[in-house]
Write a new protein. Structure first.
Length: 131
């Protein structure tokens, strides 16, 4: 998990949450065998809501906690968890597609664009929900 965390801690954009996703997709693309082992063949299921060790390692590499309030402070209760879950599902699907060759090769900018567009849609969807 340390290698994955290293990818996720890199500054692909000015948004730490987006960097997590880009790092995961790049890791799957660049380290396909290790990604397959960690997230597919690993007997311990990983999910967006239960990756404490990975989150702690990324925070350690960043040298500071994630600014959740900066990005998600105005949302209804539970919206962050919903966005995180949807983001993880999209990110994992993109990573799997690149890792398995189901998607055409793409550069870092295209990965960033796709994740940014999906994240914006998830954020907008949760922002429009009534409490």
């Amino acid at each position: 998990l340390v290698r994955l965390a290293e990818y996720q801690a890199r500054p692909y954009s000015d948004n730490e949450f987006l960097n997590l996703g880009v790092g995961q997709v790049r890791f799957a693309r660049d380290e396909a065998s290790l990604y397959r082992f960690l997230l597919i063949e690993s007997p311990v299921p990983l999910s967006a809501l239960d990756q404490r060790e990975l989150r702690e390692e990324v925070v350690r590499l960043l040298g500071r906690p994630f600014p959740v309030q900066t990005y998600f402070g105005g949302l209804q209760s539970g919206a962050f968890d919903a966005i995180a879950l949807k983001g993880w599902i999209f990110t994992h699907g993109l990573a799997m597609g690149l890792m398995n060759g189901n998607l055409p090769p793409m550069d870092d900018m295209r990965i960033l664009e796709l994740l940014k567009e999906a994240g914006s849609a998830f954020f907008e969807s949760e922002s429009n929900k009534k409490s």
